[in-house]
Design a protein around this ligand. Structure first.
Ligand code: 1GP
Length: 256
């Protein structure tokens, strides 16, 4: 099944799903293999691979090979630059940093990357990337003007513009390891659009995962937690995060 169709089916059946982000600059292929297999067992729906700095095509490819040795979930590239592209993935989030102040991050890198993506034969899934809160490294590196947490209506306007432009997904990015997007902020954006909403940055517990999904995140991404937690404890921590996402999505569906 194509990744796009797989994601649609997962979101339709579960309401909200979880994705595990691996940063090849921070996690070795050996560790990636262990983490991906624990993540799959915990119920993650896909592995995303990317990072803002120090990522090369070769490290991305090595991590993908390691992940694919152990798991069957799709691998989706989450490129911070052109060097984050590898032919070994199943798909790529074809992302545009909508609130960047530098056109290179809105459409320049995309024009250069499109040719490589076609050559690699990767499935491209268009994603509007909106950086919010502190924004972290992703915000800094992509010259973003992050939307303040007390101005969710601005993010909602960007998200609606993304929908009208034909993007298939909107990603609210708080920045890796940064304070997470508050539930009220997610709710305002959710209400503005009817395409799926991805939320990531700073989500490390059942509670935060549950709240993000309940507020309207169809996909919750966690990265830092798999880098920080000891592999022996990771099974328990990731299982509870994935459970939080599924339960939050289920409870959102019950709302009038
Ligand atoms: C970063 O949104 C992702 O791009 C995940 O953030 O590393 O804080 O989980 P964390």
């Amino acid at each position: 099944m194509k990744v796009r169709a797989y994601l649609k089916q997962q979101i339709e059946s579960k309401g909200s799903i979880h994705m595990t982000l691996l940063d090849p600059d921070k996690t070795s292929p050996e560790d990636s293999k262990i983490i991906a297999s624990i993540a799959e067992e915990a119920g993650t729906s896909a592995i995303m691979i990317g990072g803002s700095l120090g990522v090369t095509e070769s490290t991305v490819s090595q991590v993908i090979d390691a992940v694919k040795e152990e798991t069957n979930v799709p691998v989706i590239l989450f490129p911070g630059s052109l060097s984050g592209l590898s032919p070994k993935a199943d798909a790529v989030w074809f992302l545009s940093v909508l609130n960047s102040t530098n056109p290179y991050y809105i459409v320049g890198a995309q024009a250069a990357g499109a040719v490589i993506i076609r050559r690699h034969g990767l499935e491209a899934i268009p994603l509007a990337y909106i950086i919010v809160g502190q924004g972290g490294a992703a915000g800094y590196v992509s010259y973003a003007r992050p939307v303040p947490f007390n101005k969710p209506e601005i993010a909602a306007a960007y998200a609606l513009a993304a929908q009208y432009m034909g993007f298939e997904y909107v990603y609210l990015e708080a920045g890796s390891g940064m304070p997470p997007v508050p539930p009220y902020f997610i709710k305002v954006v959710r209400r503005a659009i009817n395409i799926p909403l991805v939320v990531g940055g700073g989500i490390k517990s059942y509670e935060l995962a549950y709240k993000a999904a309940k507020a309207g995140a169809n996909i919750v991404v966690t990265g830092t937690v798999v880098e920080e937690v000891d592999p022996n404890k990771l099974r328990k921590v990731l299982s509870s995060i994935v459970k939080g996402v599924h339960e939050g999505g289920r409870d959102r569906a019950k709302e009038p």
